[in-house]
Design a protein around this ligand. Sequence first.
Ligand code: ZN
Ligand code: ZN
Ligand code: ZN
Ligand code: ZN
Ligand code: ZN
Ligand code: ZN
Ligand code: ZN
Length: 409
Amino acid sequence: MANRTEREIGGYEAEFVSTLPNEYECPICQLAYRDPVQLEECGHRLCYSCLQELRRRQGECCVCPLDRRPVSATKMFFDKAAKRAILSQTVKCCNWKRKCDWSGELSSLEDHLKNCNFEEIQCTNAGCDEMLTRRSLQYHLSAKCKLRIVSCSFCTETYCYKDNKVHMKRCKRLPLECFNKCGKKDIAREEMSVHLNTCPMATHPCSYVDVGCDYKGKRDNLEEHYKSSVQKHLELACCKIRENESRTVCIDGKFIWKINNYRKQMDESLASDEETAIFSPVFYTSQYGYKLKLKAYLDGRDRGRGTHLSLYIIIMKGDYDALLDWPYNMKVTFYLLDQSERRQHRSHTLSPNLSLPNIKVVFNRPIGKENLGIGNPCFVPHELLDSGGFVQDDTIFIKVALSSSTNLD
Ligand SMILES: [Zn+2]
Ligand SMILES: [Zn+2]
Ligand SMILES: [Zn+2]
Ligand SMILES: [Zn+2]
Ligand SMILES: [Zn+2]
Ligand SMILES: [Zn+2]
Ligand SMILES: [Zn+2]
């Protein structure tokens, strides 16, 4: 902002204490002369800057505004006496309307304005363009300026006032209300997690979640749950142990199931009124592959009941299902291995009929613990099983081969 006393064109706009004599008034700007120049031809005076402006506008044929006489560039001089007379006039401060009661010679007005408490200045914080009087600057800087540095009333950090929202979003000590609405307020953000651990309204997962208990409850209910679910938790843990121990991974897509005590198991299934199934250990098709198991009915099922060994494969919910392709799309071949030197294995390759209504329930990604099984109720006739080298030392071997070339397309 240009200083008031140093306007580019024209005289002093000051508030003179006693009326300024006419002879000190520039005929062009009608203000008190600033750097008065006297024209030799007619003796009239003008502000130097007003004369310059006149020449700029009128060019070569420049004339005195009072008597139209030509103004010659060489015939003029600075009127030092007039200048001195004007500068010694007593003026009020330009800010007298704002109640500045300073008065003094015009020559010292400029110096006064540099310190005048009522002078309007821009905020001294770079980036803040607020205009205010000098005397309110301190208050503005400490209490109003958007760029002032404030210290957080919750933590010890300081920050720029305009960043208040940003700070509050991450202030560690900002008081918050409990997320569970337990009624506790004023919980410092960094203490929230500690509170949530003891909050009476918080729900916690059962600590047996890893073995498959999906119970969640408030602290009190959880105590009850632990007391009433001892048996359930033990069973889940046992299951998990068994599963971990039996976690088998196919090598080259081949899995072999050794069934011991064949005769005893067969007798049991013959003695039962119902179709009795036995299950293979759970296995994965590869380290991060599909989870499967086999299911056999030694005395047969459905069409094979009483005459055949029936064999099925079941897709189970596995740990890596999210990464695998669905529906399951591998060729499955069952073998009953001949342990004699003839090695005349019995085999059957599944050729699922894709038009069957429940075929999706078999091959899609499992939603529950496992899918429906698929297989062959007439895999091996009992006569064949008892004749060859299939049962030796009361043991049979069932093999399943999985290959990614598919017959499902
Ligand atoms: Zn003149
Ligand atoms: Zn003037
Ligand atoms: Zn003043
Ligand atoms: Zn400011
Ligand atoms: Zn803070
Ligand atoms: Zn709470
Ligand atoms: Zn539980």
